[in-house]
Design a protein around this ligand. Structure first.
Ligand code: CMC
Length: 372
């Protein structure tokens, strides 16, 4: 065996790029996009403006922002053939399967002369439409066409439900929280695909497939499934202790980088606490009890709630079914995926790590007799 190399499983502690897009400080629990703290952005910005910041490195002036908003709002509609194909998909297809497949199909419909950035805008504009159309098709509801006059997040909720719910601005701010997060698994996967000089549709298809897993973006759906299984506050202790005993991971907890409270989880929890406490928002009491038990139990391992622990409670408040939580994550994170892919390619080198071979050597081929 080649012992010259040490294997870093999960690339723990390995840097693969130099980036000016975001800074994730896992000790202090800080997340900064292009120099701006996330708390500042959710207070003062919106999805489109933060996307501009992440893509271009500075906040836009009025004209620049208007231009981006208009590009995003004009490109929302899907090609008719794709809509017709979606109607033929099995109704029980998971929205992440549909999103992954339709993004891949859109590559065939894109103009070959488009720049990477134009394609990034095209996909960012269309992902909410794919999600909303699938929600409507799956539920045998008529499609609601995108409305150019509405903002990105407003338009998404409108296409889902035909109306814009109260507190929709919190949904927009939740998208800001999910737009970017350093070299996480899906961003790394998309960067690997970008490093082969593949196209943006392939890059984002890769990223969606990676985000789907329950250790990554798929955790938000699993968290709500866990709350449903727990059912009532009286069952929390038994349920969680049972998971711990079986050494199973508790969904929505832990993070490779954050060794303190994930700032995004803190923000989401505060919104729910401050704004909805009088409405007795579903699952919140159960969530608080789960958090108390898990944080106490794993104090030494520094395991705290991550972004996926509280986001589903908010989305559920808006009436969004849990299978659609991870697609919403993708709808925001496409900004980070494309920003990293474009940044990496400015100084591109194809990713080609190695695996240390420990299989047999020096075997000689022998013909198997009697097999035709
Ligand atoms: N529940 C119970 N134990 C945990 C958990 C958890 N959620 N997370 C980590 N641990 C333990 C783990 O068992 C290990 O213990 P030991 O050292 O005794 O073997 C230790 O903490 C370190 O964990 P790890 O799995 O080696 O850490 P990692 O950095 O490789 O994995 C993680 C990070 C997020 C995959 C992991 O914490 C996890 O599986 N969490 C649950 C799934 C989840 O919520 N994912 C969302 C991540 S944040 C948003 C996103 O990226 O989508």
């Amino acid at each position: 065996m080649d012992i010259e190399f040490e294997v870093k499983y999960g690339l723990d502690g390995v840097a693969v790029a130099i980036s000016s897009i975001s800074c994730v400080d896992g000790e202090k629990g800080k997340l900064v996009y292009r120099g701006f703290e996330i708390e500042d952005l959710i207070q003062n910005s919106n999805f489109e403006e933060t996307a501009y910041l992440i893509w271009f490195g500075s906040l836009p002036n009025e004209n620049e922002l208007d231009f981006l908003i208009s590009m995003l709002s004009k490109k929302r509609e899907l090609p008719n053939q794709i809509i017709e194909m979606m109607k033929l998909f099995p109704k029980n297809s998971h929205p992440m399967e549909v999103l992954r497949s339709v993004v891949s199909m859109l590559g065939m419909y894109s103009k070959k002369e488009n720049s990477t950035f134009e394609n990034a805008i095209n996909l960012t504009a269309k992902i909410p439409t794919i999600i909303a159309y699938w929600y409507r098709i799956r539920n045998d509801l008529p499609l609601i066409k995108p409305k150019e006059s509405l903002k990105h997040s407003e338009n998404f909720l409108y296409m889902m439900f035909g109306k814009i719910p109260e507190h929709f601005n919190l949904f927009d701010k939740a998208l800001i929280l999910h737009e970017e997060q350093g070299m996480n698994a899906s961003t790394f996967a998309s960067t690997v695909t970008a490093s082969t000089l593949s196209d943006i549709y392939s890059i984002i298809t890769t990223a969606i497939g990676t985000l789907k897993g329950p250790l990554h973006g798929g955790a938000n759906e699993k968290v709500l499934k866990m709350f449903d299984e727990i059912g009532s506050i009286e069952n929390v202790e038994f349920y969680i202790n049972n998971l711990i005993e079986k050494k199973e991971k508790i969904m929505g907890f832990g993070h490779r980088i954050y060794k303190t409270y994930d700032p995004r989880a803190k923000i989401l929890k505060n919104w729910i606490k401050e704004i909805f406490i009088n409405n007795n928002i579903k699952y919140f009491e159960i969530a608080l009890k789960v958090e108390e038990i898990v944080v106490n139990k794993f104090k030494d391992k520094k395991i705290y709630p991550n972004v996926d622990f509280y986001s589903g409670i908010l989305y559920n408040y808006f009436g969004i079914p849990k299978e659609f939580f991870t697609p919403i994550f993708a709808m925001a994170r496409i900004v980070g995926w494309t920003a990293h892919a474009m940044e990496y390619c400015k100084n591109n080198r194809i990713f080609r790590p190695k695996a240390i071979y420990n299989g047999p050597k020096n075997l000689k081929y022998k013909e198997v007799k009697g097999v035709e």
